[in-house]
Design a protein around this ligand. Sequence first.
Ligand SMILES: Cc1cc2nc3c(=O)[nH]c(=O)nc-3n(C[C@H](O)[C@H](O)[C@H](O)COP(=O)(O)O)c2cc1C
Ligand SMILES: CC(C)CC(=O)C(=O)O
Length: 374
Amino acid sequence: MDTLAPGTLREFEAAARARLDPAHYDYFAGGAGDEVTLRANEAAFERLTLLPRVLRGGAKLRTGVTLLGCRAAVPVLVAPTAFHRLADPEGERATARAAAAAETIMIVSMAATVAVEDVAAAAPGARLWFQLYLQPDMAFTERLVRRAEAAGCAALVVTVDSPVLGLRDRDRRNGFLDLPPGLYCENMRDGGRVRPVVLSPEITWEHIGLLREMTALPIALKGVLHPADARLALDHGVAALLVSNHGGRQLDAVPAAVDALPEIAAAVGGAVPVLLDGGVRRGTDVLKALALGADAVAVGRPVVWGLAAGGERGAARVLGLLREEIEHALTLCGCTSIHDLGPDMVRVHGAGPGTARVRDPGPDGGPGAAWRSR
Ligand SMILES: Cc1cc2nc3c(=O)[nH]c(=O)nc-3n(C[C@H](O)[C@H](O)[C@H](O)COP(=O)(O)O)c2cc1C
Ligand SMILES: CC(C)CC(=O)C(=O)O
C-alpha cells in the first residue's frame, strides 16, 4: 500500500480487484442466483437513516463488547471466509494477526487454507472462534472440534444456512470448482488425506444436541433468518445467534440481513447475544445494526479485500477504518457508548432518487472509481 492507499472499504475492493485473478475476485465478490440478496444486503443499510441526539456531552467513547466471554475492542468481528491464501500467501495467518492488532475476534473458517493450529500459532493473543459445517461423519466432526479446542478457539460457530452450496453462476462460468494446486483446506486433513468439505442436507437440531454433548465450548448458530428458528436455537441451548444470509451466497431472494435482524432480536429477547453479518461497509452501518438489536456485527468480504490489497496491513487497515468510522459516527450521534444506541435512533427511508449507489461495471476499477453516486 502506498500514499494513495484506500481510505474506504469500497476503495479496498477496487484495489483488491486490480490485484486478484479475475476468477478468484469473482469467487470472493459473487453471490447466488441473480445476486438479488447480495445487492440487498448493502441497499438495505442505505435505506436506513440514523436520527442523532444532540447536546449530550461526553468525550470518552466506549466501543468494547464482551461476547461469549471474549472481549473485543470494537463491535466488529471477522466473519469466517474460506481460502485466504488465494488473496495473500500468508492467508489466514495474516488475517489473524490483523484481527489481533484490532483487538477483535476472528472466526476461522473450517475451509481455511491454513490449519487452525497454525493460525493460532501465528497470532499469539488472538481471539479465535472456529466455524464448523457439521460433517455427517460425527467422529470426524469430533476430531475437528478437538483440534479447535486445542488451538485455543473460544467458541464454535455452526453454519446452518448451507445444506447444499448456493448456485454460484460466476464460479460456474469461470470454471472455479476447486483450489489451485498446492492450496488445501488444511482443517480437513485427516489420516493422511484431505477430506472434501461436505455440505449435508441431513443435519438437524439433533446434531446440535450431539455437538453440545461433545464440547464445553459455547455454540453459536450462523445463518438464522426465521424467528421460529431463533426460538428453537434457544431451546437447544445455543449461546449466540448470527443473523446472516451468507453474504447473499446461499439462497438468493432471502431478505437483507439487516432487514431480518429486528424480528430475530425480538424473538431472542436479550437471552443470548445476537450478531449480524452481510453488507456492512461503513461505521454508520455498524451503528444501524446495533441500534436495531445486534450486539456486534461481522465483516466478510471487506477483510478479504484488505488482505488482497495489502496483506496483514491491509486487513488491519480495513478493521482500523471501521473503528475510526464507528467512533466518528457515535460522536456525531451524540453517543458515548455503543450501548446508547436504540431503535428510536433509526428510521427507514425510501431509496428515492439521489440516494441510490450503483456499481460501476467499468474495467478500470481504480480506487474510488468503482462506486459512484447518482
Ligand atoms: C469468499 C467468501 C467465503 C466464505 N466462506 C465462508 C465459510 O467458509 N463459512 C461460513 O460460514 N461463511 C462463509 N462465508 C460467509 C461469511 O461468513 C459472511 O456470512 C458474509 O461474507 C457476510 O457478508 P459480507 O461479505 O457482505 O460482509 C463466506 C463469504 C465469502 C464472501
Ligand atoms: C468452501 C465453501 C463452502 C465456503 C463458503 O462458505 C463460501 O464460499 O461461501
